[in-house]
Design a protein around this ligand. Structure first.
Ligand code: SAM
Ligand code: SF4
Length: 326
């Protein structure tokens, strides 16, 4: 059984949100912090519900699971969640997207629990700009955590930087760091969300501008790995690191979509910017419901849209990416 949609896209990659809570206040995501956006004290997927999600999607051919949020590492049972996912033999890649605040303290334990792929959000290498964007004065400890992640042997370490016009868009600021760090730095174009239109209008910048600079400076487009999805990755013989560009506003971005999403409250989402999610939680309460769960997932996949309509400012139900996990 395989997860293939009506446009012949095959899905082996699931992004699983485990919380909507966060301790940062990124301007483009949760400028007021999580407490203002998280209403009516939700309870997020439990360990046993997560186990059933993972088991079912693994049986449907998923090989990579990325844990996201909110800030996933805020959960007290976070390491248990990693171990639980790592126990499923079909899951070859256990990945995490984090703001990095717990990295230095915990990354070694996470590796032992099965983590082998890590994305850390670092929106600037300047402490002042980092603080301005995220509301947190923690850049140095996060960079130390990144070094530790490399030192303990996490296989793939990437950095996500949300591109913001005039704030963090100077390529030169990153180049000396990439000379010595074997990290893929991925610039993500700022996306418009329900709560973020003003920020979007003020700061959105097309990744094509960086793309032109990279090509002019001798960076070359690398071939895509199967699971790398829509990022365009550039490398240069003088640099250890690579630079990835994620440009959701570019033509054909959705053609290489390879990911499905589950929200922290158990909804199945086909697109970050879709109009709906499909409730799965009622079928996550016992192992005996697995066949019904698979049928609901297959039926849901039939309505996955061909593309998003961000270019027309149709942003769907997503108020902030912290709800589904980016
Ligand atoms: N808290 C974790 C973190 O920041 O890495 C995981 C969740 S966060 C929602 C996942 C990713 O989405 C982060 O890399 C973040 O920078 C990105 N993101 C959030 N809002 C965004 C937006 N409006 N446009 C582009 N990327 C966004
Ligand atoms: Fe928190 Fe991540 Fe959103 Fe920043 S991007 S506010 S760290 S969930």
């Amino acid at each position: 059984m395989q997860l293939i949609d009506n446009y012949q896209r095959r899905f082996k990659y699931l992004r699983l949100s485990i919380t909507e809570n966060c301790n940062f206040q990124c301007q483009y995501c949760l400028p007021e912090g999580a407490s203002n956006s998280v209403t009516n004290k939700p309870h997020f997927l439990s360990l046993s519900e997560i186990d059933r999600v993972v088991s079912t999607f693994a049986q449907l051919g998923v090989e990579k699971i990325r844990i996201t949020g909110g800030e996933p590492t805020l959960r007290k049972d976070f390491t248990d969640i990693l171990s639980l996912i790592g126990c499923h033999q079909q899951i070859k890649t256990v990945a995490l997207t984090t703001n990095g605040f717990r990295l230095l303290r915990d990354v070694e334990a996470w590796k032992l629990a099965g983590l082998n792929n890590l994305n850390v959000s670092v929106d600037s290498l300047s402490p002042a700009t980092f603080k301005f964007i995220t509301g947190q004065d923690r850049l140095s400890v996060i960079l130390a955590g990144l070094d530790k992640a490399i030192a303990v042997g996490i296989e793939k370490v990437k950095v996500n930087t949300v591109l913001m016009k005039g704030l963090n868009d100077n390529l030169a600021d990153y180049l000396s760091w990439l000379k010595t760090h074997p990290i893929e730095l991925r610039f993500i174009e700022l996306m418009e969300t329900g709560q973020g239109s003003q920020i979007f209008n003020q700061y959105h910048l097309s990744g094509q501008i960086l793309q032109q600079q990279l090509v002019q400076q001798g960076w070359q487009l690398a071939t895509k790995e199967e699971t790398s999805g829509p990022a365009q990755v550039y490398s240069h013989p003088d640099y250890y690191g690579k630079i990835g560009l994620i440009m959701p506003y570019s033509r054909d971005f959705c053609r290489s979509c390879n990911r499905l999403r589950i929200s922290a409250k158990g909804k199945f989402h086909f697109c970050l910017f879709g109009e709906q999610g499909i409730e799965l939680r009622d079928l996550l309460q016992s192992d005996s419901q697995q066949d019904e769960l698979k049928t609901r997932i297959f039926n849901g996949l039939k309505i996955k849209p061909e593309r998003h309509f961000l270019d027309e400012h149709r942003i769907g139900i997503t108020q902030t990416l912290s709800a589904i996990g980016g």
